[in-house]
Design a protein around this ligand. Structure first.
Ligand code: ADP
Ligand code: MG
Length: 151
């Protein structure tokens, strides 16, 4: 597709957000620092995206499936644009201040608001299974060998 912003490769530092990801929704999201959010091209609008993530941490060479949201989080009346990645993996410990590398491969849906937290939580579960299915394709699998992920 001409002019598509995807695949979009980026990396940044994980900072503290509002703590609502895991607590309310059972889905922690690693929030990127402001500089990384500001670098996003305007063609990547508010929405939910699927792709791969790699944590630059000693002993962890995995490339994980992920879902990333970009936007102002209207359900929470947010004003600040954030980029937050939920990795489809159970980690033993948090990774604040670490570097996370991601590739956004495509869009799952636009960011919208919801009637209540249950609806938002259901949408997120749906995003996670959509992402997981899409990432099983050969087309998405090719990014696992991409030089971006070779440290
Ligand atoms: P915050 O508002 O500070 O972002 P969250 O409740 O969203 O808090 O939790 C995010 C943090 O949880 C991440 O910064 C990371 O350190 C940790 N974490 C643990 N497991 C995951 C995961 N599977 N995906 C994303 N972050 C995770
Ligand atoms: Mg978060």
């Amino acid at each position: 597709m001409a002019n598509s912003p995807f695949p979009y490769f980026t990396s940044g530092t994980i900072v503290h957000g509002f703590g609502r990801g895991s607590k309310e929704l059972g889905c922690p999201t690693a929030n990127f620092d402001e500089t990384t959010v500001e670098k996003l091209p305007s063609s990547i609008h508010q929405g939910v995206y699927y792709g791969w993530a790699k944590l630059l941490k000693k002993g962890d060479n995995e490339i994980y499936k992920m879902v990333t949201s970009v936007g102002t989080n209207p359900f929470y009346n947010g004003e600040k644009k954030t980029m937050e990645t939920h990795i489809l993996h159970q980690f033993r410990e948090d990774f604040y201040d670490e570097t996370l590398k991601i590739v956004l491969i495509g869009e799952i849906r636009k960011m919208t608001t919801f009637e209540n937290a249950n609806e938002l939580a259901a949408a997120i579960q749906n995003d996670i299974s959509t992402a997981s299915n899409k990432l099983d394709s050969d087309e998405c699998g090719q990014y696992l060998k991409h030089s971006f992920f070779q440290q």
